[in-house]
Write a protein that binds this ligand. Structure first.
Ligand SMILES: [Zn+2]
Length: 408
């Protein structure tokens, strides 16, 4: 049997990170490359100090912490997740995957065990995409899904670029982002949904992901006076967007439980009392287990935009700026996760990831897999996001067991 992880230490570390960027409701707000994100990264580095890990960082801020193995010629077994959060973040999304990896390494250190293959613990930059779009930016650049220069030029809602935020937070490393020749990749994550809790599963073996398609819409009408402009003469971009939001919801509902559609961000100009709005931007996405169904949902959306725009006399520009998946994870590593969980008397089930994860970008580079632990009430991106100490410990233990199997 492999050594046991320290459930209390794992829990305490998660709570320590949660205190960085605390929100009044008990969650965390650590937007990518903010001062809070930098503070969480510094704490991770502080913890890694006594473990003798070699730290490397690339130009988009991705962090790699390497523990050498006994065989210098072996490819590394890599694992991790992200420390950034959404504005209404909980304490576990992403953080669990990074700190489960840290706990695995701490346990090996305590046990005096050195693996044959090197290990690499990773913290990806801007997984959430809340501040800078698109989501999974660090892993996209790492995997050459996105050019570094394009990522650096992206700005947040205040006009700060990724480049500026990397400099300001001290996270611009010297490495050129590129694949690191890993033997394999593992990510532990909270489920963020209700399925595992409902059927009493301890460990979800993620076999594949949905396919998601992200859009930014720009609706352009005409500015006018809310008092003197008669209703029939208006080209109101905000009212048109209201119809679009409801159309997106209508497209999403029948796709359940294997598909979804959402509008999640809006920006309105001039956003002035007394003005009929003339420019409204909306962020939305459609996703489905079957890629062709997600494409069909996009077609439905485009048809709705054509109808709404024509009827209201507004122009609607569609920027389909990113997609993810569908990805099938490595079945052999999935089997290994299942077997290691069952050897610990843990209940498993297969899962399909509906949310985006960095693993989607890494899967084409090397054999990759994800494991989920349950989310109490299925709640996520919410301060009430919660998994128990025991649930988290199970996930970290299976991660360690699988890493030991893979790294020898
Ligand atoms: Zn996450």
């Amino acid at each position: 049997m492999t050594p046991s992880i320290n459930a209390d230490r794992l829990w305490q570390s998660i709570m320590d990170v949660a205190r960085i960027g605390p929100t009044p409701e008990g969650g965390s707000c650590r937007l990518a490359l903010s001062a809070e994100d930098a503070e969480a990264r510094a704490l991770l580095l502080h913890w890694c100090g006594p473990l003798g890990l070699r730290f490397e960082q690339d130009a988009v801020g991705n962090m790699f912490l390497r523990r050498e193995g006994t065989d210098a010629t072996s490819q590394a077994v890599a694992f991790g997740s992200h420390l950034d959060t959404v504005p209404t973040g909980g304490r576990f999304d992403g953080v669990f995957g990074v700190l489960a990896g840290l706990e695995a390494i701490r346990t090996l250190e305590d046990a005096g065990l050195r693996t044959r293959a090197p290990l690499e613990l990773v913290n990806w930059t801007n997984e959430e995409g809340s501040r800078f779009r698109p989501a999974m930016m660090g892993s996209r650049v790492h995997a050459a899904d996105m050019l570094l220069e394009d990522a650096l030029a992206i700005t947040d809602d205040k006009g700060t670029s990724v480049h500026e935020a990397l400099d300001a937070s001290g996270q611009a490393g010297p490495l050129v982002p590129s694949p690191r020749g890993w033997a394999c990749w593992l990510e532990a994550h909270i489920e963020q949904g209700p399925l595992m809790e409902a059927d009493g599963t301890d460990i979800g073996v993620v076999t594949r992901t949905m396919h998601a398609r992200y859009f930014q819409l720009t609706v352009t009408g005409e500015p006018s006076h809310v008092g003197s402009t008669t209703m029939d003469r208006r080209h109101d971009s905000l009212a048109a967007t209201a119809e679009i939001i409801l159309a997106i919801e209508r497209i999403g509902r029948p796709a359940e439980p294997v598909g979804r559609a959402s509008a999640s961000w809006i920006e309105n100009f001039p956003n002035a009392r007394g003005n009929v709005a003339n420019i409204t931007r909306l962020h939305c996405d459609v996703r489905h287990e079957q890629a062709e169904r997600a494409v069909a949902m996009e077609q439905e959306l485009r048809a709705a935009l054509g109808e709404i725009g024509g009827r209201r006399g507004v122009a609607i520009d569609v920027d389909p700026y990113a997609t993810f998946g569908p990805i099938a994870f490595d079945p052999a590593i999935g089997n290994l996760l299942r077997q290691t969980a069952e050897a610990r008397q843990l209940a498993t089930r297969n899962m399909i990831a509906a949310a985006g994860h960095d693993s989607v970008l890494i899967a084409p580079l090397c054999p990759s897999a994800m494991l989920f632990v349950p989310s109490v009430g299925g709640i996520s991106h919410n301060p009430r996001e919660y998994s128990t100490k025991e649930q988290l410990a199970h996930g970290a233990q299976v991660l360690l067991d699988a890493v030991l199997e893979l790294a020898g």
